[in-house]
Each structure stands twice: as structure tokens, then as C-alpha cells.
Design a protein around this ligand. Structure first.
Ligand SMILES: [Zn+2]
Length: 121
């Protein structure tokens, strides 16, 4: 099933697990490896601090709501002069910071909103 779903996952994510039930689909993913650099001082870091999970609503699949569980890695900033202690790698192709929906779902909803506006006027 994951091979069929692979094209349906936003670019930049790898599928770890697919959890399916009759009413919804949950895809557990991890960002594809990319260099981590502190957003404040720009120093690269390989010191892992941990992992946390972001839950994002994504485009529905065959009429079923889809949730993406993205395991985001946190790193330590190794620059002692930097004010930032830890940071996570952003997901620019997947979702905006602090967003609860995927970027592509937001784009579709934006287009639908515009279409509704045009239809009303
Ligand atoms: Zn830093």
C-alpha cells in the first residue's frame, strides 16, 4: 500500500508507516535527511536533541481524510555564543511553521475559496 501512496505524500517526506481505518488514513513520515543549521547563527549541527511529532491535515485520499504524522528532528546549536539552544529543521515543501495543515491542502482550500468568491459575485 505504501508504494501506491508514495506519490501522494508531499515532496521531502519518506513514509514510515501507513495506518488505515475505514474512516481515515494516517501516514507516519519522516523528513528526508537534509543538513541542519541553526536559524539564528547559521552554524551547522549534527547533535541531535530529540524528535517530536507534527500532525498535519493533508489532502483527502479516495474520500477519506488524511493525517500526516511527521517525525521532526530537533538539533542542539553547538555555538556557545548563540542564544538558541535547540532548533528543528523546517519543512518548507510540506508545511509552514506552526501550521496544522499541509501546504498543498492550504493551496487547494485557497483556490476553492477564490472560486467561491467568484461564483458569489
Ligand atoms: Zn545558533
Amino acid at each position: 500500500m505504501s508504494k501506491r501512496l508514495l506519490p501522494l505524500v508531499p515532496d521531502g517526506l519518506s513514509v514510515l508507516q501507513v495506518l488505515s481505518d475505514p474512516d481515515s488514513l494516517t501516514i507516519v513520515t519522516t523528513p528526508q535527511p537534509m543538513p541542519a543549521a541553526c536559524p539564528v547563527c547559521q552554524r551547522p549541527s549534527r547533535r541531535r536533541h530529540g524528535v517530536y511529532e507534527r500532525i498535519l491535515t493533508d489532502l483527502p485520499w479516495q474520500g477519506r481524510p488524511v493525517r500526516l504524522r511527521v517525525r521532526v528532528r530537533r538539533f542542539r546549536c553547538t555555538n556557545p555564543a548563540c542564544e538558541r539552544r535547540t532548533f528543528s529543521v523546517p519543512l518548507p515543501t510540506v508545511a509552514a511553521a506552526y501550521a496544522h495543515r499541509s501546504r498543498r491542502l492550504g493551496e487547494v482550500q485557497g483556490h476553492l475559496g477564490l472560486a467561491g468568491t467568484v461564483a458569489v459575485t
